[in-house]
Design a protein around this ligand. Structure first.
Ligand code: AMP
Length: 174
């Protein structure tokens, strides 16, 4: 089994993407290697296995890759948290502030039965705006948000401070 350090080594830095000054953490080298992708899903599963979640909620788009795989392995449901206008049925919406302007995330109102235990998962925690809006969104649906998990956390952006109300953990830190 590949280690978390092996996975960290495979993450590629792409400077100035999608904007000048952003050092983009590219996970595609991890995904294209079966041993690394499998190990990533394994380590994420182990970080939530004991919580006995009913569903894993993943944030569009890269969060889907890991959240869906973890949900399948742990035999629980997968819930998509999406950009506005993508989900077809009735949604809850939560807006958040970006560097320039605002953005929103949406989730189907009936995605999870009330009282269920849900884990939120994304590929990367940067400033925490997306994840914090997603936690609020999940709580609007009346379910219990029991944990938040990231593959990667950019420690210097302090997104963790926004999520201090939750049991939050990341596998890899830069
Ligand atoms: P934030 O709301 O600032 O925490 O941004 C988190 C979202 O943006 C995640 O869904 C990430 O996929 C993406 N993201 C932000 N910064 C980076 C980065 N440096 N490298 C890769 N993805 C990033």
């Amino acid at each position: 089994m590949k280690s978390i350090e092996d996975i960290k080594q495979a993450i590629r830095d792409v400077p100035d993407f999608p904007h000048k000054g952003i050092l983009f953490k590219d996970i595609t080298p991890v995904l294209q290697n079966a041993a690394l992708f499998g190990a990533t899903v394994h380590h994420l599963c182990e970080s939530v296995r004991d919580l006995r979640a009913d569903a894993i909620a993943g944030i569009e788009a890269r969060g889907f890759i890991f959240a869906a795989a973890v949900a399948d392995r742990l035999n629980c449901g997968f819930v998509p948290i999406r950009k506005p206008g993508k989900l077809p049925a009735k949604v809850h919406q939560e807006s958040y502030t970006l560097e320039y302007g605002t953005d929103s995330v949406e989730m189907h109102q009936d995605a999870v039965a009330p009282g269920s235990a849900v884990v939120l998962m994304d590929d990367l925690l940067a400033t925490g705006g997306t994840a914090l809006a997603s936690t609020r969104l999940i709580e609007k649906t009346g379910v219990r948000l029991i944990a938040v998990r990231f593959l990667i956390e950019l420690d210097f952006l302090k997104g963790r401070d926004k999520l201090s109300a939750y049991a939050m953990q990341s596998l890899i830190h830069f």
